[in-house]
Write a protein that binds this ligand. Sequence first.
Ligand code: GLU
Length: 286
Amino acid sequence: MKKRSWMTLGIILTFLATVLLTGCGNKEEGSNNGATGGANGDTPSEAASALGEIKSRGKLVVGVKYDTKLFGLKDPASGNVEGFDVDIAKALAKEILGDETKVELKEVTSKTRIPMLNNNDIDMIVATMTITEERKNEVDFSDVYFKAGQSLLVKKGSPIKSIDDIKKGTKVLAVKGSTSVDNIKAKVPDVNVLEFDNYQDAFSALKAGQGDTLTTDNAILYGMAVQDPNYEVVGEPFTDEPYGIAIKKGATDLLNSVNEALKKLHDNGEYDKIYEKWIGKAPSGE
Ligand code: GLU
């Protein structure tokens, strides 16, 4: 009799556990927007299953720039998005899911990338993003995968030759949500900064004479100088901009697998190939 009641209790507990587990699984699936995690307000333990979710989905959803030549630029004719960050995203998909085509790219801008990550629209950000202490309050970062520094783009023949020539009245163009805006204001407190939504708009504004210089990372500015050789990058970089891959806070398993993948790409020469393809001889990067 005693033995039987233990058995009955065992059956009831197994049943309850199954119901609870199945219930949780369904809830997560239902609230998933296509990328990591459930609805807003994920706890760190929910975020920690990010890698498992990507694997069962069979696709890595990555936020990349569509406006940044050399890193992530959409070709309007073909619809293809190409660049260093895009190739890094594909290489990560190859390492994590065994197939570089198992990646879905979504457009982010400097301003939208953190909200999109924390809203579960994307699994990670691979988008010219500098690792900063302030941003670490909102996202986790991988190891550094590219080193840039802030610089200036001007029309050839401009009197601006370096950061020392940026004065109170200088009209500087930059992009919303970038470190570039804060950095230039910190260097020249009274500077006049005009902020745009993306880099192609900022570059168009420079070409239309709406500003004296455009400031952001040297590597991004080199891409613009390639697009229009009437423009050049001047002066030495005046900040350090180490790029990291941003992942939702607390998704430790995903963060570890990204860092392992990055290490592998360095070890097997794949990183160097991607670097050479896009950055080549530009005097920037690692
Ligand atoms: N690396 C800088 C940043 O993360 C500037 C480039 C960008 O806007 O993405 O803000």
